[in-house]
Design a binder for this molecule. Sequence first.
Ligand SMILES: Cc1cc2nc3c(=O)[nH]c(=O)nc-3n(C[C@H](O)[C@H](O)[C@H](O)COP(=O)(O)OP(=O)(O)OC[C@H]3O[C@@H](n4cnc5c(N)ncnc54)[C@H](O)[C@@H]3O)c2cc1C
Length: 530
Amino acid sequence: MSSDSIDFTALPRSDLTDDGGKVLDGLLCVTPDIAGAVAEAMAQGYAVMPAGGLTSAIGSFDYAPGSVAERFKGVVAIRPKGALTAELVDAPLEALRSFQVSIDVERGLVSAGAGLTFNQVNAALAEHVGPTARVLIDLTSVGSAYVGGVVATGAMGPLRLRPSVTLAAVCLADGSQPRRIEGEAVGAVEGLQGWTGMVTAATFRFFLVPAGEFGLVLPVQGSDVDAVAGLLAWLEPWTRITLPVPGGRIEGEVLLNGVELVSRDSLESFIEHAQDPARSKAQGLLQSCEYAGADMLACLTGWSEQSVDDVLYGLMDPETETIGGVMIDFGVGFSSGAEMETFRAIREGAPDLARTRARVTPPGKLKPWTTSTDVNMAMPADSAALSDVLSAYADYRAAIRALGRELLGTVEVELSTYGHLSPAGIDPHHRVTLFAPQGGEGALAGARHAVAANKRTLIHDLLHAAERHGGRVTGGEKGLPSLVEIARAAGGEGRLPDELKRRFRLAKEVVQAAPSAFSFRAPAELRDAD
Ligand SMILES: Cc1cc2nc3c(=O)[nH]c(=O)nc-3n(C[C@H](O)[C@H](O)[C@H](O)COP(=O)(O)OP(=O)(O)OC[C@H]3O[C@@H](n4cnc5c(N)ncnc54)[C@H](O)[C@@H]3O)c2cc1C
């Protein structure tokens, strides 16, 4: 579709739903020319809802239809046109269409259109640079989230690297001439959910990663926070990754690129729904949990040319013959190739299942209500500090379980725990989903309030733990929506730590300066002047 021929009145109604099942009330324009479509939509009086891979349930379609009707002809979701594979071109960032890539091998840079997935970007790098060339964006939806959406959400995976760590430039369209944003200024786009404009393309630094990959699963007792903290403090040196010059090789004999948590409950639910070979492997892991008397699995992933057995012994403390106090007898190793695929299927199965359950309304019940924690913390590799953080989560789990017992027979409370434990980015997601029978609206509302109050207490405790131990709360992987939630729990933006206060103020400034055709979706805290 050429942007100067868009007849908005002829566009189809969008039947898009976000990952939370919320339906977008608006028109849909799928185009390779995002900047052109944005300019025309705004000129014709439409508000713009940037859409990507639709894998996020946060910040997407949250706006008051009333305020749209007052000011705009309606909402148009502009979605970059994708393709089966990226098209390689030699073009500047500003000229890229949504499915094109341009690679500068000498400078170690890859520019990608907003409609590509990172799997597609990495496939282009593998073909044109070499099999180990990668953009270090490792969120688990790398095969479905789009480049534009990932930048807009500030998403991060097990490596806990925000896109801006490897992002060299972004091209933003907000109705005027599309403009290139570089350096620190990308902070005015990252995590802002498209409230200031639409990302048309982005340039990333790429690196060569070690060819070998491994996975290692260690059963741990989650309630023994000191033991888990000891494990994380011990592992910290292997989680430090020094980025070389763009295009360079990441060095290190053994590097941990993820320390992830999967609770035993989540593993059990996964086994009920999984297919082989993941199912039988997961059963094996459950057995390891049983033998070790553990309720959680610490899932380590990393890069190394060594065999997984050598990695295991390399991580071991020769004096105690443990890994940071955790016995290795029940550890399970996974090596490159198909085994790693199975490993990832198990590790990601738990969050996937929890998300899916929260989306589906069971017969005879109300639509489930769900909330997940998202507070990313960088903590020193100190057992006491880590233990304080883990204790706050253990208290939250205990409070939610107590609520579940209290509400037995009225509201079903489901808790699923998974996510990030690397000291460089601790963010173990605790998803609570509430199921109430038809007619149980009052009970569901009461339960929601109780969960929200417990979540505020958790966030408060985490902010204090960071302050006490010289750590940092760095926001969340959902960008500004997570930061707004943290600010609300802290009692207002004024009570945030300085770094977050600065980010909050910057977001306010750029949202207030943005065209209302984009900022209409932003939360009131950011839209309203002080
Ligand atoms: C299976 C699964 C695994 C996941 N794993 C992770 C994970 O490991 N880490 C993590 O952080 N998140 C994860 N997520 C959440 C989600 O994938 C991320 O938030 C992702 O960055 C969203 O990208 P998207 O292209 O799907 O954006 P969408 O969901 O389409 O949109 C998300 C937001 O970005 C805005 N937006 C989209 N495209 C643009 C654009 N071009 N310009 C400006 N704004 C835009 C939208 O308006 C919306 O506010 C996961 C989700 C799923 C379903």
